[in-house]
Design a protein around this ligand. Structure first.
Ligand code: GTP
Ligand code: MG
Length: 198
């Protein structure tokens, strides 16, 4: 799929701010600093469209980007950000989960995982929650430029094995790099396929 236009639409702090249209939306979730905003910039090929930061916790609102005037990419706040209070973190997590569970326009959720890390409890618990709630999702390994091809393949195989302990059917899995643009065509083709099927 070609991206012909990508524009920031708005930041939403509460449910009533969410767009009222029925355009399909694809949201990005994952731990703080995993590379959600960078992946959106890589997919759209618009540098600086989604704000990135080497400091975790940059995205505190639900940010909407209109793509090809017909569908949305949605940048969600990262979870697990340690520098806010426990209460604030719980509130943010509740808000994200409420959006994910209740938003009818959410066509697919991309759960981002840093390809260098062993399976993390926080991500596995989140995956369990998605499965239990019947949320359509895919896993995207990020920062693939940081590993050799061999290490990446081994890591993904081990991750799949961990997931297979709990889940009979594994979600689609992608590898990406905002640096090398690895995974861009695969992810855009995947979105296009879903858009066509709607
Ligand atoms: P929050 O909004 O805080 O939740 O973070 P985020 O998940 O949106 O992460 P962001 O895109 O801001 O990236 C965090 C840091 O990781 C930045 O310093 C990025 O430059 C870096 N980064 C993101 N993606 C990649 C990648 O594919 N490769 C490399 N090498 N660095 C990356
Ligand atoms: Mg971000």
């Amino acid at each position: 799929m070609q991206i012909t236009s990508a524009e920031f639409l708005k930041s939403c702090a509460k449910v009533s701010d969410l767009p009222g249209t029925h355009a399909p939306e694809y949201a990005f979730i994952g731990r703080s600093n995993v590379g959600k905003s960078s992946l959106i910039n890589m997919l759209t090929a618009v540098k600086g469209l989604a704000q990135t930061s080497s400091k975790p916790g940059k995205t505190l609102l639900v940010n909407y980007f209109t793509i090809n005037n017909s569908w949305f990419l949605v940048d969600l706040p990262g979870y697990g950000f340690a520098k806010v209070s426990k209460e604030e973190r719980a509130r943010l997590e509740q808000r994200i989960k409420s959006y994910i569970a209740n938003r009818e326009q959410l066509t697919n959720l991309f759960l981002l995982v840093d390809c260098r890390l062993e399976p993390q409890k926080i991500d596995l618990e989140f995956i369990d929650w998605l499965g239990e709630n019947g949320i359509p999702f895919s896993i995207v390994f990020t920062k693939a430029d940081k590993l050799s091809k061999k290490a990446l393949d081994e890591h993904i195989a081990a991750y799949k094995q961990t997931l297979a302990e709990t889940w009979e059917n594994l979600p689609p899995i992608f590898c990406s790099s905002a640096e090398t643009r690895m995974g861009r065509d695969e992810l855009l083709d995947y979105i296009e396929e879903i858009n066509r099927s709607l």
